[in-house]
Design a protein around this ligand. Structure first.
Ligand SMILES: Cc1cc2nc3c(=O)[nH]c(=O)nc-3n(C[C@H](O)[C@H](O)[C@H](O)COP(=O)(O)O)c2cc1C
Length: 188
């Protein structure tokens, strides 16, 4: 199976990136073919709202570094998304990626993505209370389901804000392994 990770943190020792990479490495050990894209290292624009993907093309008209990412996501069996929480939302880098997935929808809003894929949303926040920002994932999950991602996992890391905190969180690392096992299991 093919797994693609789209990493939305600009930090070198990012918590969300570390957890996404833990899932990727475990899935790799279990036989998955893995690939990652660090959005902050890519040169791309946000959605232009031109609707060309609805009127003239079956893909985004923009040709930049995100074109390859969008194609890789479409071809993958599973997508891992990782983002820090910035002011109660995903990072601007990640939001720009997600907006460009508008090109996954036909003019009638049916999906261009083949069904049965899985996804993982890794979301890191400084706030320790997990009740805070519990609204973020369901808003993205709604569209992921619509696109055809039937199994959608969530891994939330709560505090501290410091970079490189995830590597000290055994609970998070174990959960990352469990998610990788589910992704790569025949029913996953
Ligand atoms: C611009 C900015 C805004 C942030 N806003 C929030 C916030 O609203 N709530 C929160 O709990 N943490 C907030 N944080 C803290 C980050 O979510 C936290 O450091 C997280 O671990 C970053 O993930 P990363 O290590 O993957 O980059 C913010 C950090 C930055 C730099």
């Amino acid at each position: 199976m093919k797994i693609v990770a789209v990493l939305g943190s600009p930090r070198a020792k990012s918590n969300s990136t570390a957890l996404a990479r833990k899932i990727l490495s475990k899935a790799g050990e279990l036989g998955a073919e893995t690939r990652e894209f660090v959005l902050n290292k890519l040169d791309f624009k946000g959605c232009q709202g031109c609707e060309t993907c609805k009127t003239k093309l079956d893909r985004c008209v923009l040709k930049d570094d995100l074109s390859e990412v969008l194609e890789a996501v479409k071809e993958a069996d599973a997508l891992i998304m990782a983002s820090p929480n910035y002011f109660g939302e995903v990072s601007s880098q990640f939001k720009a990626f997600f907006d460009r997935t508008y090109s996954f929808l036909n003019a009638d809003f049916s999906t261009r993505v083949s069904p049965g894929k899985s996804s993982v949303f890794v979301f890191a926040q400084g706030q320790t209370d997990l009740n805070a920002y519990a609204d973020v994932f369901p808003r993205y999950e709604r569209w992921l389901k619509h696109y055809g991602f039937t199994e959608n996992y969530l891994l939330r890391m709560n505090g501290p804000r410091d970079a490189d905190s995830a590597s000290k969180r055994d609970d998070m690392l174990q959960e990352a392994d469990r998610i990788a096992e589910n992704l790569t299991s025949p029913a996953g």
